[in-house]
Design a protein around this ligand. Sequence first.
Ligand code: SAM
Length: 288
Amino acid sequence: MTQLSGTLYIVATPIGNLSDITFRAIEILKTVDLIAAEDTRHVKMLLQHYGISNKVIALHQHNEDKAALDIIEKLRTGLSIALVSDAGTPLISDPGMPVVKAVHEAHLTIVPITGACALIAALSVAGVAITPFTFEGFVPRTSGARQTFFKDRAQTQTTWVFYESCHRILDCLQDMVRVLPLERPMVIARELTKLHETIVKLPLGEMLALVERDANMRRGEFVVIVEGAEKIHHADSELTSEQVRVLTLLLAQCSLKQAVSLAVEITGAKKKLLYQKALDMNENENEH
Ligand code: SAM
């Protein structure tokens, strides 16, 4: 039997396809005392779809601190509350942070009810390096601020992900080409889980051309993923493939220490580089 009293549940709802909700989310939404939502009308329609007629209270974005205190008071009286946003996972570019912080300060119980999240769905199909990645939320709305934003990230080697609306996607890409190389790999994940779902991976320059010529590529909701800048290779900070080959052969026969010192003698490469490479290779071996 699930213990509900005094718990705040952070419940993920679909980002498009209404079947993308978990059994557990439905159960929690049915059984909590209250559902707190940013837009009560929107959430009531969603609940109706699942045959849920629970009480919905407003979590006003413009007065989230006050709403957080109200929710804490209700939790203290033993009520269980589910927090939902309009779509996806609450707090991910959505309201909820003040109430979650307040729950921690009040030492009350908080439980995530996992589910859809646009950025995670997009990353899972993007085919770009994911670990590590940086989530930027929404990028600045004005061209100047946006260009500065992209310029600041131009040399970042981490993949970055952001949310964008149909009103700004084209302007956003135009600003990107002003400050990033045209060949930078990127992905647009549009209308995820919906009828017109589109996932496109192209170099930045070709992506801009596509969005300029295809009006459909300017409709709906967007997750934009930009692969990090490539590492700049310096000859003296890299091993040649032959040096790596020798090290690999030696690692298969002797201890890491012996392999590295023999590889230094045979190849003449720097000990520090060979040692680091051997550690990396060992680590990869252990992971598999
Ligand atoms: N909390 C949500 C989540 O978990 O992804 C995000 C809410 S944020 C206010 C809304 C933005 O998320 C949209 O403007 C869009 O950039 C992105 N988004 C939401 N649903 C999407 C979808 N189905 N396809 C692509 N992007 C989506």
